[in-house]
Unconditional design. Sequence first.
Length: 224
Amino acid sequence: MENTRMKKQEIINAFHFRHATKQFNPEKKISDDDFQFILETGRLSPSSVGFEPWKFLIIQNRELREKLREVSWGAQGQLPTASYFMVILAKTNCRYDSEYVQQHLKTVKQMPDDVIEMIMPRYKSFQESDLPMLDNERTLLDWACKQSYIALGNMMTAAALIGIDSCPIEGFDYSAVNNILEKEGLLENGEWSVSVMAAFGYRAEDPKRPKTRKKIAQLVKWVE
């Protein structure tokens, strides 16, 4: 019981510690081992129907970082200083009958052909009517982007638990960033698209004010 109480307090402390770090200490680098740990928590994250429609681009090239900085108003301090800078990509086509999904079920989830054939009508119904997403390509991409935020949240929490700072970033020109990455050959001819960015490192200074959030009573409604 005491171990559980201590573990819960450790997790809450990590959430209080984490803040959207705008400027990192460029002299203090995350170790390879620590960053691999963060990436592993992203890899092990859950996704809707287990499709894992994400890819983590780790942008360490300084020239490419500068190109991204020119079109990323929300990453002006992070791109030059972060120990690791990540662009999370989402799969552009996660249709139930796409080659990506078929190969994922066979090679990653290791489903036999007869099981895939049996479960396919359920995936079809899910995407067509339960949570309609086949009306256009954008709807399908938006669904994939939502999944990527699960991995993002887990990686930021994992980082905070070992004293590493992070910042999720949406403040950028999505079209421009996609164009830059496409020219670099990183989107595989439109197979992937930008979902969100994230920076990891060690803070240059502590936050100027304590964390503020709504009270729990404003967020939770019990239905009994």
